[in-house]
Ligand binder design. Structure first.
Ligand code: RB5
Length: 147
């Protein structure tokens, strides 16, 4: 199950991503917002992030104007590794090396076509583990106040 959420700046992009997920038969839970009325992004980022952190959803996608506000907010929740991506290489590497579990995209930055390319990479690229796990464990140490 994928968690998905947006604010008004990412609403159109979220709709395009949901259509893509439906085409691929990927189940998702939509945490809002429901239309292009202006809303604050932090509560939506928090809802998506908590659903990932508590295991209800495996991974998430958040869309706002730039993806940045969503990523800053989502990364406040322990266990979330949110990344703003704007091009394919970083999207692939944030899965392979960072085990990114929350892709953040900007509806005012990316065309729907480019965004869907990044979503495809995010969904289809595995985490490599190995030496990267040591670094992710260190990130978890930061969350526990140990680093
Ligand atoms: C909303 O205008 C905009 O600030 C928001 O969508 C996002 O880009 C914040 O990072």
């Amino acid at each position: 199950m994928l968690a998905i959420g947006c604010d008004h700046g990412g609403f159109q992009l979220k709709k395009a991503i949901e259509a893509y997920l439906e085409e691929r038969g990927i189940e998702y839970k939509d945490f809002g917002c429901p239309d292009e009325t202006s809303v604050d992004y932090p509560p939506i980022a928090a809802a998506v992030a908590h659903s990932i952190a508590n295991g209800e959803c495996e991974r998430g996608i958040l869309c706002c104007g730039t993806g940045i506000g969503m990523s800053i907010s989502a990364n406040k929740v322990d266990g979330i590794r949110a990344a703003v991506c704007t091009e394919p290489y970083s999207t692939e590497m944030t899965r392979r090396h960072n085990n990114c579990n929350c892709l953040c995209l900007g509806g005012r930055v990316l065309s729907p076509e480019k965004a869907l390319e990044l979503v495809r990479i995010y969904l289809d690229t595995p985490y490599e583990g190995g030496r990267h796990q040591r670094r992710l464990d260190m990130i978890a140490q930061i969350e526990r106040g140990e680093l």
